[in-house]
Design a protein around this ligand. Structure first.
Ligand SMILES: Nc1ncnc2c1ncn2[C@@H]1O[C@H](COP(=O)(O)OP(=O)(O)O)[C@@H](O)[C@H]1O
Ligand SMILES: [Mg+2]
Length: 298
């Protein structure tokens, strides 16, 4: 499935109801003079796969914190506007309720894992919320299977590789059965092979389980082909939002610190030469590139 054009594969989110509304959102951390988010407006539909990009410090983590209610419930500061997640206003909803609608996976899995076994780590938040034992076991089985990590069940999280740890962190969030999965640069501590493997798992969660995914990432190469939408942020604002193939056609995103896949750069160079080849939509994978060239010269 990897390497296939998402719209040929269905484009399931189109026409689906909205699950996140961000309205005129600005946020300034306590003690800071600058706003970390400035007048952000965003609607995300159920089942959408959204990639957040932009240089370090542009506000990606802050926006994700607003989507799972850590802002304004945990981080102090000044918040203007409002955020609705699955119909709940984050200002008036406790984080343990919000986390069952929008689960967050953080950059460093070590901050999310602390139990003696993978199973216990996945069970922990459910036990805290008082779920019955049968449900907890059912959820553990399902989450391990969804991430294809059944073999890690009785292992200690501390002896796992970075990629395995990150999958366990995702499984423990998934066990809450959220509709939305928020991931904050989940591959940043991983080697390229583990990063690609993790991205494949995340893509599958979107396709198979229908989860709405919002992921901030620097490595766009393997992620962008599966994204419905690319959102680029700069200094706390959303500066681009749309179909990645169209955004990459019109824009050189390097000004915002976003490096597109190499094959997209080649296509842009071809377009710049105004020869007989012109890509109306910029290919994101080698497969798409070859297919488009074949059609253009065929
Ligand atoms: N806990 C915090 N307290 C104060 N300022 C913060 C905090 N977290 C982030 N910031 C500031 O908010 C801005 C946006 O940061 P962040 O959301 O972490 O961006 P990104 O995730 O895109 O790197 C930056 O100027 C950063 O220094
Ligand atoms: Mg960040």
């Amino acid at each position: 499935m990897l390497g296939t054009d998402r719209r040929e594969a269905g484009g399931e989110a189109e026409g689906a109801p909205a699950i996140i509304h961000v309205e005129n959102l600005s946020f300034r951390y306590y003690g800071s003079e600058q706003y970390a988010l400035r007048d952000v407006n965003l609607v995300v539909r159920r089942g959408e796969f959204v990639v957040l990009a932009g240089r370090s410090g542009c506000g990606k983590t802050t926006l994700l914190r607003c989507l799972n209610g850590l802002i304004p419930n945990f981080y102090e500061g000044e918040m203007l506007g409002r955020v609705l997640v699955d119909g709940m206003d984050t200002r008036y909803t406790p984080t343990h309720i919000l986390s069952q609608a929008a689960g967050m996976v953080f950059q460093n899995p070590d901050n999310q894992l602390f139990a003696l076994s993978v199973e216990a780590d996945i069970a922990f938040p459910l036990e805290n919320l008082g779920f019955p034992r049968e449900i907890i076991l059912e959820r553990i089985n399902w989450a391990l299977k969804a991430l294809k990590i059944e073999d890690l069940r009785y292992r200690s999280p501390f002896e796992l590789s970075g990629g395995q740890k990150q999958k366990v962190a995702i499984a423990s969030v998934l066990a809450m059965k959220p509709k939305i999965l928020l991931l904050d640069e989940p591959t940043s501590s991983l080697d390229p092979v583990s990063a690609r493997n993790l991205i494949e798992s995340i893509v599958e969660l979107n396709k198979r389980e229908g989860l709405t995914i919002i992921i901030s990432e620097h490595r766009l190469e393997h992620l962008l082909p599966h994204a419905d939408r690319l959102i680029v942020m700069d200094r706390g604002m959303i500066v681009r939002d749309g179909d990645p193939r169209k955004i990459l056609r019109d824009e050189d995103l390097l000004v915002y610190g976003v490096a597109p896949p190499k094959v997209s750069e080649v296509a842009r160079c071809v377009n710049a030469h105004r020869g007989c080849l012109k890509f109306e939509e910029i290919p994101l994978t080698v497969h798409e590139f070859v297919e488009k060239v074949r059609r253009l010269i065929g």
